[in-house]
Design a protein around this ligand. Structure first.
Ligand SMILES: [Zn+2]
Length: 263
């Protein structure tokens, strides 16, 4: 009854309306992929944690990898696994012919595309346990590394140090371009989302990151070997097998590689 009076006049418009509805529904699938097939488990924490915030620089939780089966994306022959253990430090600069295929994340961050599924899984599992990691640094180009170094040098110069003194001080904290793991696309500096205290996040990651192929790269008790001071935020992908062995044996990457070489 309620509808009869209202539907009288516009009845002639019905076919038009139906056509319009069909057209609208046909447009549906062309929406951004982020809105289709979004895994609810990843989405919920991001939106419920702080609705007013802008894009929280986490992995694009709505991207497809959560639904992928690990290992089905890029099965690699064993001889190609060496990329996971590539050592980059002050005495082992990046190979000149080094190149990496990057996977863009939110807020402009990028990582080696091969580590993306496990990184996504680590973030999903952390969130499920009330831990919300935030990517503060990821892949850096040599140019970006130089910019960071220059900024530190300028800051030290501003305190009255000479150029040589400022450079020496800056290099204590920032790696020379070509010697930073961040140039591999396998290293991440992780903190807690939303300015929260990062301690719980670091503890969770330290405890669990090996399950996803990551290690805490610069522990405080390995500074003499790594040459880098304690960095509780810096995690490096080495693959699940190495990450498990390194963690179980309490080694740093340099020690592990040396042990591997002599075994
Ligand atoms: Zn770092």
């Amino acid at each position: 009854m309620i509808h009869s009076s209202a539907s009288g006049a516009p009845r002639r418009c019905l076919p038009l309306l139906l056509a319009l509805l069909l057209l609208l529904s046909a447009c549906g699938p062309s929406n951004p992929p982020a809105e289709t097939g979004a895994p609810a488990r990843s989405d919920a924490p991001v939106t419920t944690q702080a609705p007013g915030r802008t894009d929280p620089c986490t992995l694009p939780a709505t991207d497809a990898p959560a639904t992928e089966t690990p290992g089905t994306t890029a099965p690699e022959p064993l001889e190609d696994e060496s990329w996971k253990l590539l050592l980059v430090n002050a005495s082992h600069p990046l190979p000149e012919d080094f190149s990496v295929t990057l996977k863009p994340l939110r807020n402009g961050h990028q990582v080696d595309e091969r580590i993306y599924p496990e990184l996504q899984q680590m973030f999903d599992d952390a969130r499920a346990q009330g831990i919300y990691p935030f990517i503060n640094e990821s892949f850096r180009s040599a140019q970006r590394q130089q910019e960071i170094l220059d900024k530190y040098i300028a800051n030290y110069r501003a305190t009255g140090l000479s150029q040589a003194e400022a450079e020496a001080k800056a290099l204590e904290l920032v790696a020379l371009p070509g010697t930073s793991e961040h140039q591999l696309g396998l290293a991440l500096d992780l903190i807690a989302e939303f300015d929260a205290d990062s301690t719980a996040t670091w503890n969770w990651l330290k405890e669990n990151c090996w399950r996803y192929g990551f290690i805490l790269r610069y522990p405080g008790d390995k500074t003499a070997i790594t040459g880098i001071t304690n960095e509780p935020w810096h995690f490096r992908y080495v693959g699940k097998e190495a990450a498990k062995e390194i963690t179980e044996q309490g080694l740093c990457l340099e020690e592990y590689l040396e042990q591997k070489e002599h075994s």
